[in-house]
Write a protein that binds this ligand. Sequence first.
Ligand SMILES: Nc1ncnc2c1ncn2[C@@H]1O[C@H](COP(=O)(O)OP(=O)(O)OP(=O)(O)O)[C@@H](O)[C@H]1O
Ligand SMILES: [Mg+2]
Length: 271
Amino acid sequence: MSARNTSAAASPRTSKPLDIDRTRERLDGLGLGFAADALERTLTESVRDGTTPQAFLDALLSAELEERETRRVGTALRLSSLPPGLSLAEFDFGFQPSVDRSKIDTLATGAWVKQSQTLLIQGPPGVGKTHLAVGLGVKAVQQGFSAQFYRFDELLTALKADAHLPPSRLRRKKYLSTALVIIDEMGFEPMDREEASLFFRLVTYRYSRGSILITTNKSVRDWTELLAGDEVLTAAILDRLLHNAHVMNIKGRSYRLRDLDHALGAQNDKR
Ligand SMILES: Nc1ncnc2c1ncn2[C@@H]1O[C@H](COP(=O)(O)OP(=O)(O)OP(=O)(O)O)[C@@H](O)[C@H]1O
Ligand SMILES: [Mg+2]
Protein backbone atom coordinates (compact mmCIF):
# COMPACT_ATOMS: atom_id res chain seq x y z
CA MET A 1 0.00 0.00 0.00
CA SER A 2 1.31 3.40 -0.86
CA ALA A 3 1.52 6.03 1.85
CA ARG A 4 -1.68 7.99 1.89
CA ASN A 5 -1.36 11.55 2.98
CA THR A 6 -4.11 14.06 3.05
CA SER A 7 -2.51 16.24 0.42
CA ALA A 8 -4.83 17.50 -2.22
CA ALA A 9 -4.79 17.82 -5.99
CA ALA A 10 -5.77 21.11 -7.54
CA SER A 11 -9.15 21.29 -9.19
CA PRO A 12 -8.77 21.93 -12.94
CA ARG A 13 -11.17 24.83 -13.10
CA THR A 14 -10.80 26.67 -9.81
CA SER A 15 -7.26 25.73 -8.72
CA LYS A 16 -8.90 25.35 -5.32
CA PRO A 17 -7.46 22.43 -3.36
CA LEU A 18 -9.70 19.39 -3.69
CA ASP A 19 -9.88 17.06 -0.70
CA ILE A 20 -9.65 13.56 -2.11
CA ASP A 21 -9.75 11.56 1.11
CA ARG A 22 -13.49 11.01 0.91
CA THR A 23 -13.28 9.81 -2.70
CA ARG A 24 -10.49 7.48 -1.71
CA GLU A 25 -12.58 6.04 1.10
CA ARG A 26 -15.45 5.47 -1.30
CA LEU A 27 -13.18 3.62 -3.70
CA ASP A 28 -11.89 1.53 -0.81
CA GLY A 29 -15.47 0.90 0.33
CA LEU A 30 -16.28 -0.42 -3.15
CA GLY A 31 -13.33 -2.80 -2.99
CA LEU A 32 -11.29 -0.74 -5.44
CA GLY A 33 -8.23 -0.47 -3.21
CA PHE A 34 -5.71 -0.19 -6.04
CA ALA A 35 -7.72 2.64 -7.64
CA ALA A 36 -7.83 4.29 -4.21
CA ASP A 37 -4.04 4.08 -4.08
CA ALA A 38 -3.71 5.47 -7.60
CA LEU A 39 -6.27 8.25 -7.12
CA GLU A 40 -3.95 11.07 -6.14
CA ARG A 41 -1.39 10.31 -8.85
CA THR A 42 -4.03 9.85 -11.56
CA LEU A 43 -5.86 13.02 -10.55
CA THR A 44 -2.64 15.03 -10.50
CA GLU A 45 -1.67 13.73 -13.95
CA SER A 46 -5.14 14.45 -15.29
CA VAL A 47 -5.01 18.04 -14.02
CA ARG A 48 -1.48 18.49 -15.39
CA ASP A 49 -2.35 17.09 -18.82
CA GLY A 50 -5.85 18.58 -19.02
CA THR A 51 -7.43 15.22 -19.87
CA THR A 52 -11.20 14.70 -20.11
CA PRO A 53 -13.18 13.32 -17.13
CA GLN A 54 -13.77 10.15 -19.12
CA ALA A 55 -10.01 9.74 -19.73
CA PHE A 56 -9.35 10.32 -16.02
CA LEU A 57 -11.92 7.68 -15.02
CA ASP A 58 -10.51 5.28 -17.56
CA ALA A 59 -6.96 5.77 -16.26
CA LEU A 60 -8.15 5.17 -12.69
CA LEU A 61 -10.01 1.98 -13.56
CA SER A 62 -7.07 0.78 -15.66
CA ALA A 63 -4.80 1.20 -12.64
CA GLU A 64 -7.16 -1.01 -10.63
CA LEU A 65 -7.38 -3.67 -13.34
CA GLU A 66 -3.64 -3.73 -14.05
CA GLU A 67 -2.72 -4.16 -10.39
CA ARG A 68 -5.34 -6.88 -9.93
CA GLU A 69 -3.92 -8.71 -12.94
CA THR A 70 -0.34 -8.39 -11.65
CA ARG A 71 -1.43 -9.85 -8.29
CA ARG A 72 -3.41 -12.64 -9.95
CA VAL A 73 -0.45 -13.70 -12.09
CA GLY A 74 1.94 -13.50 -9.10
CA THR A 75 -0.29 -15.69 -6.94
CA ALA A 76 -0.98 -18.18 -9.74
CA LEU A 77 2.74 -18.50 -10.50
CA ARG A 78 3.52 -19.12 -6.82
CA LEU A 79 0.85 -21.83 -6.63
CA SER A 80 2.00 -23.46 -9.86
CA SER A 81 5.46 -24.53 -8.52
CA LEU A 82 6.98 -23.27 -11.78
CA PRO A 83 10.67 -22.62 -11.03
CA PRO A 84 11.36 -18.87 -11.07
CA GLY A 85 13.67 -17.10 -13.50
CA LEU A 86 13.07 -19.11 -16.69
CA SER A 87 11.22 -16.99 -19.19
CA LEU A 88 10.92 -17.21 -22.96
CA ALA A 89 12.36 -13.69 -23.18
CA GLU A 90 15.62 -15.02 -21.73
CA PHE A 91 15.86 -17.98 -24.09
CA ASP A 92 18.68 -17.52 -26.61
CA PHE A 93 17.19 -18.90 -29.82
CA GLY A 94 20.45 -18.15 -31.64
CA PHE A 95 22.24 -20.72 -29.50
CA GLN A 96 19.72 -23.48 -30.28
CA PRO A 97 18.77 -23.22 -33.98
CA SER A 98 16.77 -26.47 -33.92
CA VAL A 99 14.19 -24.68 -31.75
CA ASP A 100 11.73 -23.07 -34.15
CA ARG A 101 11.08 -19.63 -32.74
CA SER A 102 7.83 -19.15 -34.65
CA LYS A 103 6.55 -22.45 -33.24
CA ILE A 104 7.35 -21.25 -29.71
CA ASP A 105 5.65 -17.91 -30.44
CA THR A 106 2.53 -19.78 -31.59
CA LEU A 107 2.55 -21.99 -28.49
CA ALA A 108 3.05 -18.89 -26.35
CA THR A 109 -0.41 -17.67 -27.39
CA GLY A 110 -1.87 -20.46 -25.21
CA ALA A 111 -4.26 -21.72 -27.93
CA TRP A 112 -2.91 -25.27 -27.48
CA VAL A 113 -3.81 -25.18 -23.77
CA LYS A 114 -7.30 -23.97 -24.60
CA GLN A 115 -7.65 -26.93 -26.93
CA SER A 116 -6.29 -29.42 -24.34
CA GLN A 117 -3.43 -30.43 -26.58
CA THR A 118 -0.17 -32.13 -25.61
CA LEU A 119 3.35 -30.82 -26.06
CA LEU A 120 6.28 -33.19 -26.00
CA ILE A 121 9.75 -31.65 -25.82
CA GLN A 122 12.50 -34.17 -26.50
CA GLY A 123 16.24 -33.74 -26.51
CA PRO A 124 19.58 -34.46 -24.83
CA PRO A 125 20.71 -32.80 -21.57
CA GLY A 126 21.09 -29.04 -21.31
CA VAL A 127 19.43 -28.05 -24.59
CA GLY A 128 16.73 -25.98 -22.87
CA LYS A 129 13.79 -28.39 -22.51
CA THR A 130 12.96 -27.34 -18.94
CA HIS A 131 13.59 -23.68 -19.75
CA LEU A 132 11.13 -23.73 -22.66
CA ALA A 133 8.57 -25.76 -20.71
CA VAL A 134 8.65 -23.29 -17.82
CA GLY A 135 8.59 -20.29 -20.16
CA LEU A 136 5.48 -21.66 -21.88
CA GLY A 137 3.93 -22.44 -18.50
CA VAL A 138 4.44 -18.82 -17.41
CA LYS A 139 2.82 -17.62 -20.63
CA ALA A 140 -0.18 -19.90 -20.04
CA VAL A 141 -0.60 -18.52 -16.51
CA GLN A 142 -0.37 -14.96 -17.82
CA GLN A 143 -3.18 -15.82 -20.22
CA GLY A 144 -5.38 -16.94 -17.35
CA PHE A 145 -4.90 -20.74 -17.45
CA SER A 146 -4.13 -22.70 -14.32
CA ALA A 147 -0.84 -24.61 -14.48
CA GLN A 148 1.07 -27.01 -12.28
CA PHE A 149 4.71 -28.00 -12.62
CA TYR A 150 6.02 -31.39 -11.46
CA ARG A 151 9.32 -33.13 -11.79
CA PHE A 152 8.39 -36.60 -12.93
CA ASP A 153 9.51 -38.27 -9.68
CA GLU A 154 7.41 -35.78 -7.67
CA LEU A 155 4.40 -36.56 -9.81
CA LEU A 156 4.81 -40.30 -9.28
CA THR A 157 5.09 -39.78 -5.52
CA ALA A 158 1.85 -37.78 -5.57
CA LEU A 159 0.07 -40.34 -7.78
CA LYS A 160 1.11 -43.19 -5.48
CA ALA A 161 0.07 -41.33 -2.34
CA ASP A 162 -3.37 -40.69 -3.87
CA ALA A 163 -3.79 -44.11 -5.51
CA HIS A 164 -6.64 -45.19 -3.26
CA LEU A 165 -8.63 -41.97 -3.21
CA PRO A 166 -12.18 -42.15 -4.56
CA PRO A 167 -12.66 -40.47 -7.99
CA SER A 168 -14.55 -37.52 -6.48
CA ARG A 169 -11.51 -36.56 -4.38
CA LEU A 170 -9.01 -37.47 -7.05
CA ARG A 171 -10.62 -35.07 -9.51
CA ARG A 172 -9.76 -32.18 -7.24
CA LYS A 173 -6.04 -32.96 -7.27
CA LYS A 174 -3.99 -30.41 -9.18
CA TYR A 175 -2.55 -32.97 -11.60
CA LEU A 176 -6.10 -33.60 -12.80
CA SER A 177 -7.82 -30.27 -12.27
CA THR A 178 -5.39 -27.70 -13.73
CA ALA A 179 -5.61 -26.63 -17.35
CA LEU A 180 -1.92 -27.39 -17.92
CA VAL A 181 0.24 -30.00 -16.21
CA ILE A 182 3.95 -29.79 -16.90
CA ILE A 183 5.86 -33.02 -16.30
CA ASP A 184 9.59 -32.40 -16.36
CA GLU A 185 12.37 -34.96 -16.73
CA MET A 186 10.49 -38.03 -17.78
CA GLY A 187 12.79 -40.84 -18.78
CA PHE A 188 15.61 -40.84 -16.27
CA GLU A 189 14.19 -43.77 -14.30
CA PRO A 190 12.02 -46.57 -15.72
CA MET A 191 8.63 -47.02 -14.01
CA ASP A 192 7.44 -50.15 -12.29
CA ARG A 193 4.03 -51.65 -13.21
CA GLU A 194 2.10 -49.75 -10.54
CA GLU A 195 3.67 -46.42 -11.56
CA ALA A 196 3.07 -47.09 -15.26
CA SER A 197 -0.59 -47.86 -14.66
CA LEU A 198 -1.04 -44.74 -12.46
CA PHE A 199 0.55 -42.69 -15.24
CA PHE A 200 -1.84 -44.28 -17.72
CA ARG A 201 -4.75 -43.27 -15.49
CA LEU A 202 -3.53 -39.68 -15.44
CA VAL A 203 -3.11 -39.53 -19.24
CA THR A 204 -6.52 -41.14 -19.79
CA TYR A 205 -8.26 -38.75 -17.42
CA ARG A 206 -6.65 -35.66 -18.92
CA TYR A 207 -7.15 -36.76 -22.52
CA SER A 208 -9.37 -34.07 -24.16
CA ARG A 209 -9.85 -32.44 -20.75
CA GLY A 210 -6.54 -30.72 -20.13
CA SER A 211 -3.09 -30.11 -21.57
CA ILE A 212 0.05 -32.02 -20.72
CA LEU A 213 3.55 -30.78 -21.42
CA ILE A 214 6.27 -33.43 -21.06
CA THR A 215 10.00 -32.94 -21.29
CA THR A 216 12.06 -36.05 -21.84
CA ASN A 217 15.48 -37.20 -22.93
CA LYS A 218 14.00 -40.42 -24.35
CA SER A 219 12.57 -40.79 -27.81
CA VAL A 220 8.99 -42.13 -27.83
CA ARG A 221 10.43 -45.21 -29.57
CA ASP A 222 12.06 -46.11 -26.24
CA TRP A 223 9.01 -45.51 -24.07
CA THR A 224 8.11 -49.19 -23.72
CA GLU A 225 11.29 -49.68 -21.73
CA LEU A 226 10.32 -46.65 -19.64
CA LEU A 227 6.79 -47.92 -19.02
CA ALA A 228 7.67 -51.17 -17.24
CA GLY A 229 8.22 -52.94 -20.57
CA ASP A 230 4.47 -53.09 -21.17
CA GLU A 231 3.90 -52.68 -24.90
CA VAL A 232 0.10 -52.61 -24.71
CA LEU A 233 0.08 -49.92 -22.03
CA THR A 234 2.72 -47.90 -23.86
CA ALA A 235 0.72 -48.02 -27.08
CA ALA A 236 -2.41 -46.89 -25.23
CA ILE A 237 -0.58 -44.02 -23.53
CA LEU A 238 1.15 -42.83 -26.71
CA ASP A 239 -2.08 -43.08 -28.67
CA ARG A 240 -3.75 -40.63 -26.29
CA LEU A 241 -0.73 -38.38 -25.82
CA LEU A 242 0.20 -38.07 -29.47
CA HIS A 243 -3.32 -37.50 -30.73
CA ASN A 244 -3.54 -33.74 -31.05
CA ALA A 245 0.07 -33.25 -30.00
CA HIS A 246 2.93 -30.94 -30.79
CA VAL A 247 6.31 -32.65 -30.78
CA MET A 248 9.56 -30.72 -30.57
CA ASN A 249 12.86 -32.47 -31.05
CA ILE A 250 15.75 -30.33 -29.90
CA LYS A 251 19.08 -31.32 -31.35
CA GLY A 252 22.07 -29.32 -30.29
CA ARG A 253 24.70 -28.49 -27.76
CA SER A 254 24.17 -28.25 -24.04
CA TYR A 255 23.84 -24.66 -22.88
CA ARG A 256 25.38 -25.75 -19.59
CA LEU A 257 28.57 -26.70 -21.41
CA ARG A 258 28.85 -23.61 -23.59
CA ASP A 259 31.55 -22.05 -21.41
CA LEU A 260 33.47 -25.30 -21.58
CA ASP A 261 33.03 -25.30 -25.37
CA HIS A 262 34.47 -21.76 -25.49
CA ALA A 263 37.38 -22.72 -23.22
CA LEU A 264 38.19 -25.83 -25.26
CA GLY A 265 37.87 -23.82 -28.49
CA ALA A 266 40.31 -21.22 -27.14
CA GLN A 267 42.77 -23.96 -26.13
CA ASN A 268 42.61 -25.52 -29.57
CA ASP A 269 43.16 -22.10 -31.18
CA LYS A 270 46.37 -21.66 -29.16
CA ARG A 271 47.78 -24.99 -30.34
N1 LIG B 1 18.99 -21.37 -25.52
C1 LIG B 1 19.13 -21.02 -24.23
N2 LIG B 1 19.16 -19.70 -23.88
C2 LIG B 1 19.35 -19.34 -22.60
N3 LIG B 1 19.49 -20.22 -21.56
C3 LIG B 1 19.47 -21.52 -21.86
C4 LIG B 1 19.26 -21.98 -23.19
N4 LIG B 1 19.26 -23.33 -23.17
C5 LIG B 1 19.43 -23.67 -21.90
N5 LIG B 1 19.59 -22.60 -21.10
C6 LIG B 1 19.89 -22.61 -19.67
O1 LIG B 1 20.77 -23.69 -19.45
C7 LIG B 1 20.41 -24.42 -18.30
C8 LIG B 1 20.02 -25.84 -18.71
O2 LIG B 1 18.82 -25.79 -19.48
P1 LIG B 1 17.58 -26.74 -19.20
O3 LIG B 1 17.57 -27.07 -17.74
O4 LIG B 1 16.38 -26.12 -19.76
O5 LIG B 1 18.05 -28.00 -20.03
P2 LIG B 1 17.30 -29.39 -20.21
O6 LIG B 1 17.21 -29.64 -21.68
O7 LIG B 1 16.07 -29.39 -19.42
O8 LIG B 1 18.37 -30.39 -19.59
P3 LIG B 1 18.14 -31.77 -18.78
O9 LIG B 1 17.80 -32.84 -19.79
O10 LIG B 1 19.48 -32.03 -18.16
O11 LIG B 1 17.07 -31.55 -17.77
C9 LIG B 1 19.29 -23.65 -17.65
O12 LIG B 1 19.86 -22.77 -16.69
C10 LIG B 1 18.69 -22.86 -18.81
O13 LIG B 1 18.11 -21.65 -18.35
MG1 LIG C 1 15.45 -30.39 -17.73
